[in-house]
Design a protein around this ligand. Structure first.
Ligand code: IMP
Ligand code: MG
Length: 177
């Protein structure tokens, strides 16, 4: 598994520190607001699990599953594979994403959820690749801004592999070419 990684982009220690910082910031911003954290599966699962342990306010959690990617390039299509189970009308939503790339997925999700009249929608992402943005969307909370490289680990996959790496690594180009 590790032989597929060209280099470590974000170490376990850097992940831990940045995620803790965002958790504390969200706790301050949302104190008394009882937000719902909405994890976007599958990529969010490790980030969200770590993030939530640094959020010390009353809140709830829910998950959605969407698919938009096959391999390393966007198909542009967003499919909802699992919808929310909570009612979100009047609630403060925080969408938790692994990575904001073209922004197509999150833009679609935001519009899709807006119809249900939440009090607010914010975006918390582990990584942001601003160079690749197509949709007009930004992260309210972002742990790392990264260059345009395909990364895996800490929840992120390439064809469902490498999600279990404890760090963020850059995949060797020969793996996906
Ligand atoms: P977007 O719609 O282009 O912003 O794509 C968002 C989704 O694409 C993310 O939630 C990831 O699942 C996937 N994705 C984008 N860039 C990467 C990457 O570098 N590694 C792994 N998955 C990625
Ligand atoms: Mg994802």
């Amino acid at each position: 598994m590790r032989e597929a990684i060209e280099r470590v982009l974000i170490s376990e220690e850097e992940l831990e520190a940045a995620v803790a910082k965002i958790g504390r910031q969200i706790s301050e911003d949302y104190r008394g607001k009882d937000p719902i954290f909405v994890g976007v599966l599958k990529g969010c699962f490790i980030f969200m699990a770590d993030l939530m342990r640094h959020v010390d306010i009353d809140c709830s959690m829910d998950f959605m599953a969407v698919s938009s990617y096959s391999g390393t390039t966007s198909t542009g299509a967003v499919k909802i594979n699992k919808d929310l189970s909570e009612i979100i009308e009047g609630r403060h939503l925080i969408l938790v994403e692994d990575i904001l790339d073209s922004g197509v997925t999150l833009n679609y999700l935001k519009n899709y959820l807006m119809v249900r009249k939440p009090a607010s929608i914010a975006v918390a992402t582990l990584m942001d690749k601003p160079a690749r943005r197509k949709a007009d969307i930004y992260a309210d909370y972002s742990c790392f801004e990264i260059p345009d490289a395909f990364v895996v680990g800490y929840g992120l996959d390439y064809n469902e592999r490498y999600r279990n790496l404890p760090y963020i690594g850059v995949l060797k180009p020969e793996i996906y070419s």
